[in-house]
Design a protein around this ligand. Structure first.
Ligand SMILES: Cc1cc2nc3c(=O)[nH]c(=O)nc-3n(C[C@H](O)[C@H](O)[C@H](O)COP(=O)(O)OP(=O)(O)OC[C@H]3O[C@@H](n4cnc5c(N)ncnc54)[C@H](O)[C@@H]3O)c2cc1C
Length: 394
């Protein structure tokens, strides 16, 4: 009988395990994969705030980023740059295995090859049924943390709601020709409703990827062919990986003896799809709530409700506004994106945002709202007649 069973050994599950094992609880992490770090579809960009808050070690960082070039659909260029590092590109495989090792060092037990298929909640425990063959199929724990990433079938199958708003991304590791900075591409022909990226990871390697309303693989193949034609990457032949990104969180993330955390709960920036930092912040909140609940032996839904209150206090507004801004962007056609791009450029708005201390890599909504609220941009919005409310009515 474990105190806590964590489903999923990604960064979020491992961080919850690390915190709780460090507090002296018996923790098991049930992971469906044979080993961590394999087949992760993620660009691995995190902001400096995340690096500092979670003491991400230097050897897990492939590249530091202080500049980015944005391309509008018609090829207009907007360069953003700061003196100091703004973000880092992680070696995701090494990051995941290091997070797990830290949890193991505190005493958490990892059980691999153990896809969880069902939970049975009773008065004093949760029975976790896995498809593991060798050592018996079931585990018992006082409480379960579901950190299974974008696996809507598991959460939904456990009767814990479903992520109904999401997008699918595609990514490939490519060889580049002296690419120096991160590039982002906008346009209906490139990534409908979203954007594409080329992120250098080493002097001659990069991650090319995109999110799109539909057919991400098809659009990524096209993008890679265009990057080859532009002389930016060497070949369009590369294996593609795919992953889902929630755009809205689950309606509810706590139940009797269960919490849902990280991407499984939809704790992801709807503007960019970044989920590592927000997931880790929520993992901290989950661990603190569980510590109190385990201590007082109140693992009822009421005893765990504080988790959702706290994470919503931290992220709720950012997720709501990010979602609205994302929906607004999805309505734009190429001509309108170009118009916005030119207005932002002509009015030096990007520069003033970079100097704004309230805006950072991880907290976008106030900066984006500032841009959308300016006279120049609101004229563009009115001219293109997009239904968009800046204020949260509710
Ligand atoms: C194309 C793409 C690019 C991205 N780029 C970035 C980026 O640059 N920056 C960023 O911050 N985020 C990015 N993300 C999002 C980021 O990858 C996720 O938010 C992050 O991995 C979430 O961590 P997690 O621990 O919640 O879930 P995951 O990392 O998905 O880990 C979940 C774990 O649970 C395991 N699991 C699933 N189901 C079961 C089961 N039934 N039983 C047992 N184990 C199970 C999985 O095998 C996995 O190991 C990107 C996502 C995509 C798709």
């Amino acid at each position: 009988m474990y105190d806590v069973a964590v489903i999923g050994g990604g960064p979020v599950g491992s961080h919850v395990a690390y915190k709780l094992a460090g507090m002296g609880y018996e923790v098991a992490v049930l992971e469906q994969k044979e080993r961590l770090g394999s087949k992760v579809c993620c660009t691995g960009i995190i902001g400096q705030e995340c690096v500092r808050s979670f003491a991400v070690a230097d050897n897990l960082i492939l590249r530091r980023v202080n500049r980015a070039t944005l391309f509008s659909p018609s090829g207009e260029v907007l360069r953003l740059g700061q003196q100091e590092t703004q973000a880092c590109v992680l070696d995701r495989a090494a990051f995941d295995t290091t997070m797990a090792r830290c949890a193991q060092d505190k005493g958490a037990k990892y059980v691999f090859n153990s896809p969880v298929k069902n939970l049975e909640v009773s008065n004093d425990k949760v029975r976790i049924q896995t498809l593991r063959q060798e050592e018996g199929l079931d585990f018992d724990a006082r409480v379960v943390v579901i950190a299974s990433g974008f696996n809507s079938r598991l959460v939904e199958g456990l009767g814990m709601g479903r992520i109904s708003h999401f997008v699918v991304g595609a990514q490939a590791e490519v060889e580049t020709v002296a690419l120096d900075e991160l590039e982002i591409y906008f346009g209906e022909e490139i990534a409908p409703g979203f954007f594409a990226w080329l992120v250098p990871t080493s002097p001659l390697k990069a991650r090319a990827g995109l999110l799109s309303r539909h057919s991400p693989g098809l659009y990524l193949k096209r993008l890679m062919a265009s990057l080859v034609a532009q002389g930016k990457i060497v070949s369009a032949e590369a294996e593609l990986s795919y992953g889902g990104i929630p755009l809205k969180p689950l309606a509810r993330t706590y139940y009797n003896r269960r919490l849902v955390v990280g991407t499984a709960a939809g704790q992801v920036k709807p503007t960019t799809g970044g989920g590592i930092y927000y997931g880790l912040l929520c993992a901290d909140i989950a661990a603190n709530t569980l510590h109190q609940a385990l201590n007082s032996n109140d693992l009822s839904a009421r005893g765990l409700a504080n988790y959702e209150r706290e994470w919503k206090k931290k992220l709720g507004q950012e997720l709501k506004m990010g979602y609205r801004i994302r929906k607004f962007y999805e309505h734009l056609n190429d001509r309108q994106i170009d118009k916005l791009f030119n207005t932002i450029k002509a009015n030096g708005m990007a520069d003033s945002l970079l100097k704004d201390s309230n805006v950072s890599f991880d907290w976008h909504s106030s900066g984006l709202l500032k841009i959308l609220g300016t006279v120049a941009v609101s004229k563009v919005i009115q001219a293109v007649k997009i239904p968009f409310r800046l204020r949260n009515r509710g």
